[in-house]
Design a protein around this ligand. Structure first.
Ligand code: TXA
Ligand code: MG
Length: 324
């Protein structure tokens, strides 16, 4: 079973143990403000291979490379002026930028899946400090078996990957709770490749520019059968529920009570006060709790599509998508 170290109670021990594992090319579980990451040296092909093996993830999927700060990021990627402005506005934070790799960049092609671009993010808090000490970028997908719900606590990671990794750093519950927003600047426009912990509204307010959704994301919403299954619990997930079947686990929002809710096996309110940031922070934990209740069915009430609601609904649609 993985060794667990609490960052709050022994920060130096956490840093020392993490540097030892990372230097040996081993992946570790690391808290970030979005979700827990399975992090390894992005310049070391053996280390990156171990990430893919540990997650059981298809190897053609590129990983996000995490940096200590913008200055470090500029050693590995080329910033156009708008991307740099976005970085200055929102880093450290839940934002990933897709950027051209710098010539001769030490990031290994296994991390970028051989593309000439790379996803880069500067996380908030401990993770960035650790990367500064290591002084190499950390490739890190979410610390879960591929296709399963992302972890927002050390306990989530331990239950899923505890037998497969050596070290889990415990930083408490992830405050944002959904993965980073992925943006790509193209011809001076901001394209959102994945909704996440930074809302489109915040980006638009700070830049005065429109955030453009890729055409195919509309297509996938219009054709839910085509959605890639991801974040999948064992139970089936029914969205926009206006009625609860007896024995359903119900995930609701802002005190919403669909008809029949008295017969639910379990009722979890993502945010009784109707706060979408709080709802995002609770989402994955509540999906796991609903699943663990042993019900075969999870019903979810409609969630507003504004602010972090866009990321919440994206994850819920994938959780509800047909399984392969
Ligand atoms: O919040 C997060 O982003 C978390 C934490 C651990 O930082 N990480 C995360 O990583 O969600 P992951 O591996 O689950 O998601 C990476 C996403 C994938 O959808 C991948 O396709 C996209 O980033 N991506 C990475 N590099 C890319 C590139 N060069 N071009 C387009 N998409 C890229
Ligand atoms: Mg993931």
């Amino acid at each position: 079973m993985a060794r667990q170290i609490s960052i709050d109670s022994d920060r130096q021990a956490a840093i020392d143990a993490a540097i030892a594992e990372l230097s040996a090319g081993m992946p570790i579980a690391l808290p970030t403000e979005t979700v827990y990451g399975l992090a390894a040296d992005a310049t070391n092909p053996a280390a990156i291979t171990r990430i893919y093996e540990t997650k059981g993830r298809p190897r053609f999927n590129p990983l996000i490379c995490h940096m200590a700060d913008l200055e470090m990021a500029e050693r590995y990627a080329v910033f156009d002026p708008l991307s740099r402005r976005l970085a200055e506005l929102f880093w450290p934070g839940p934002l990933t930028l897709i950027l051209p790799l710098k010539q001769g960049s030490a990031i290994h092609p296994l991390a970028s899946a051989g593309l000439d671009t790379v996803g880069i993010r500067v996380p908030r808090g401990f993770a960035a400090k650790l990367i500064g000490v290591f002084d190499r970028p950390l490739a890190a997908p979410s610390a879960n078996t591929s296709g399963k719900i992302s972890p927002t606590s050390a306990a989530h990671v331990a239950a899923d990957l505890g037998e497969r990794i050596g070290l889990i750093l415990d930083g408490g519950a992830s405050p944002v709770g959904v993965e980073s927003t992925i943006l790509k600047v193209e011809d001076g426009t901001i394209r959102m490749l994945r909704p996440g912990g930074l809302s489109a509204e915040e980006i638009e307010a700070a830049t005065g520019l429109a955030v453009i959704r890729p055409v195919d994301s509309h297509a996938t919403i219009e054709a839910p059968g085509m959605l890639a299954s991801h974040y999948a619990p064992e139970a089936t997930v029914r969205l926009d529920a206006v009625h609860v079947h007896p024995g359903d686990a119900l995930i609701t929002f802002a005190g919403m009570q669909p008809t029949g809710f008295e017969a639910a096996r379990l009722v979890l309110d993502l945010s009784p006060a109707g706060d979408l940031s709080e709802a995002a922070a609770n989402l994955f934990d509540y999906l796991k709790t609903a699943d663990a209740s042993g019900t075969g069915r999870i019903a979810v009430t409609p969630i507003p599509q504004t602010g972090l609601g866009e990321a919440i609904n994206d994850r819920l649609q994938r959780a509800a998508a047909p399984r392969p």
